[in-house]
Design a protein around this ligand. Structure first.
Ligand code: SF4
Length: 362
């Protein structure tokens, strides 16, 4: 027999079936879940939203993930790298506007040139900002030496999304070769932790072939690997990708969003003091999607600082919002959405994951 939701929400450690029950709540029944998650968030990490200015450094990628609009076999996007000056200007903008953190994201590239460019940029940004701007990298799978070099050059956090914790589903989303190996990705998450990074991962929600068991297992996976930060959001299909073929199997976008919000809320209840991002993909489906995520337990936002002329070349999925905005437009839109949600902005604060702070103390 199914347990009542209010009884499940009183439990200390949620188990698979309980998580599945919560993930399947539909509006308005999920309001009780969001209320509980907001309460947990307020007590564990407060009601501040921390900013990470997002710099999409390059859309060159050696990989060919079946869901991604910038995978190497898609010949349509115009490929770019930001210049050093463009990266530095974006970092300076974040610093001057007291964002306190940036994220440098890119398609995957392990060439010597790429590795040393990132290393040089990290050193330069650190010098320019007296080490006051915290830097997160999201540059895919690299060797331990590369991760060490970037860490030593001043990167503090690393995001590497597992996309799904189910190895069989992972195989359906990626080519079956060494470059797209589930176990390697898992090992890489461990390597990042070993090097000393604050480590983030995440999954897509509402994928073809994905079940509620998979999603519940994803949340248990985050708990098992003791992750510091999570960024997850609805899967949004891109027409120039192999996975688009399975679009008939997908849930309506609005349902994918509701399940994503349920995922955020349940995760906040399960892992009280981690950082959870309100992702742009949520805003793609609903203009209020990011505010709703904040009220469901998220506490991080990533306003886009990529120069406007490159934004429509970094479309991982269709209809990504903010493509026509510049840095000021992104900042204003984000500020408005945070205030609308009744939260405050942690200007000038790094907003490190409290989970990480405790982890390194012990
Ligand atoms: S998801 Fe990331 S690694 Fe995969 S093709 Fe896209 S940019 Fe490359």
């Amino acid at each position: 027999m199914l347990q009542p939701v209010d009884k499940i929400l009183e439990k200390k450690d949620l188990q698979l079936d309980e998580i599945k029950t919560l993930l399947q709540l539909k509006p308005p029944s999920n309001a009780i879940l969001f209320k509980k998650a907001l309460d947990v968030k307020s007590k564990a990490v407060g009601r501040k939203v921390y900013l990470r200015g997002l710099i999409e450094y390059s859309n060159h990628c050696v990989k060919n993930c079946y869901y991604c609009g910038i995978r190497c076999n898609n010949k349509l996007p115009q490929r770019y790298h930001l210049t050093d000056i463009e990266v530095i200007e974006a970092a300076k903008y974040a610093y001057k506007n007291r964002f306190a953190s940036i994220v440098i994201q890119s398609g995957e590239d392990s060439s010597k040139r790429f590795i040393s460019t990132i290393e040089r940029l990290l050193a330069e940004i650190n010098k320019l900002t007296n080490g006051e701007l915290h830097i997160t990298l999201s540059l895919g799978e690299q060797s331990i030496d590369t991760y060490r070099r970037w860490y030593d050059a001043g990167a503090h956090r690393y995001l590497l999304r597992i996309e799904t914790s189910n190895p069989d589903l992972y195989k359906k989303l990626h080519p079956r070769d060494k470059l797209h190996d589930y176990n390697h990705r898992l090992d890489t998450l461990k390597t990042l932790r070993e090097v000393g990074y604050q480590v983030g991962t995440g999954v897509m929600i509402g994928l073809p072939f994905q079940t509620f068991d998979d999603l519940a297992e994803d949340l248990l996976f985050f708990r098992k690997i003791d992750i510091d930060m999570v960024g997850m959001g609805p899967y949004i299909e891109h027409e120039n990708t192999p996975l688009f073929e399975y679009r008939a199997q997908l849930l309506p976008l609005k349902e994918r969003l509701e399940i994503s919000l349920n995922m955020v809320a349940v995760l906040r209840i399960m892992m009280k003091n981690i950082n959870i991002a309100a992702t742009t993909a949520m805003q793609t489906i609903d203009p209020q999607g990011r505010e709703r995520a904040l009220l469901a337990g998220a506490n991080v936002m990533m306003p886009n600082l990529t120069p406007a002329k490159y934004r429509d070349s970094y479309l991982l999925y269709k209809d990504k919002p903010g493509v026509a905005d510049d840095a000021v437009g992104s900042k204003n839109a984000m500020e408005q959405s945070i205030l609308l949600a009744g939260e405050t902005i942690g200007y000038g604060e790094w907003g490190d994951s409290k989970h990480y702070e405790l982890r390194i103390k012990n």
